[in-house]
Design a protein around this ligand. Structure first.
Ligand SMILES: Nc1ncnc2c1ncn2[C@@H]1O[C@H](COP(=O)(O)OP(=O)(O)OP(=O)(O)O)[C@@H](O)[C@H]1O
Length: 252
């Protein structure tokens, strides 16, 4: 049985227009993402990856074409799409619990339900015991965990992750990649994840979408069929990385 895609970008173009100039960033991107698929957007710096995430999030609207999520045309942000950024803007005066509960609370979910949900996700991201901590008491990796828990607590259909580990040191980054994979295995969700790190892309993705420089479009797609959890030094893993780099060399 064939299922409808949960995310569908149809001939999406985005040109930023300001008083002084126009900047065509996305050119005719069509992309379908299946339910529970983990898709990585991979491309050179400033190619328009964040713009693609923002178009799915509804923070930007296409100049032409359309984005459809779960059968509905995207016209604004919504709780069906959780977003995690490179630096997660947590509420500094709220505890970890307060941050994770915020979304469900603002949507009127009753206290008992939202507390249980928040506790579950705080535990899932490995922050049990830190419920009462404030963001400035946490490391960068821990803050990103809160960001992930907060996004999950809203029970979104889709998780949009824009280089969430881009600011972390290499060691923490490896740890977070493994943690995210475990969380995703447990709490399956459709994920669109941005990175410009080929190792991270191959570790996490079911499918890697390789983007060109601006105006960006899809250069090529690579399916990653390796069993999980993946091994960074596995020859098959390294071969996929090599292939990505070869394709990108050609792009630049
Ligand atoms: N709101 C905006 N208004 C005008 N131009 C924008 C806006 N957002 C992004 N741009 C431009 O679009 C281009 C692509 O930016 P974008 O942040 O989408 O790329 P990126 O691939 O995510 O970059 P990075 O590799 O730095 O994360 C850049 O030239 C940027 O200046």
């Amino acid at each position: 049985m064939k299922h409808d895609p949960i995310i569908s970008m149809r001939n999406v173009c985005k040109t930023y227009i300001s008083e002084h100039k126009t900047n065509e960033v996305v050119r005719d991107v069509s992309l379908d993402v299946a339910e529970n698929e983990f898709v990585v957007l991979f491309g050179p710096g400033q190619c328009g990856k964040t713009t693609m995430i923002n178009l799915i999030a509804g923070l930007q609207l296409p100049t032409s074409g359309e984005v459809v999520v779960d059968g509905k045309k995207v016209t604004a942000p919504g709780p069906d799409r959780g977003v995690v950024y490179q630096t997660t803007a947590l509420f500094p005066f709220c505890t970890v619990m307060g941050n994770v509960e915020f979304g469900p609370k603002s949507r009127g979910i009753d206290k008992k339900t939202r507390r249980e949900r928040a506790e579950y996700f705080i535990k899932l991201v490995g922050l049990e015991g830190f419920e009462k901590s404030f963001p400035n008491q946490l490391s960068g990796g821990m803050r990103q965990r809160v960001g992930i828990a907060r996004a999950y607590a809203n029970d979104p259909k889709v998780m949009l992750m824009d280089e969430p580990f881009g600011h972390l040191d290499a060691q923490t980054r490896y740890m977070m990649e493994a943690e995210l994979e475990k969380i995703w295995q447990k709490e399956k969700r459709t994920v669109v994840f941005v990175t410009n790190n080929s190792e991270e892309a191959v570790y996490l993705a079911d499918r890697i979408i390789i983007l060109t420089n601006t105006p960006t479009h899809i250069k090529e797609e690579i399916k990653v069929d390796l069993p999980r959890p993946r091994q960074y030094s596995d020859p098959a893993f390294l071969e996929i990385r090599r292939k990505i780099e070869e394709i990108c060399d050609d792009t630049l």
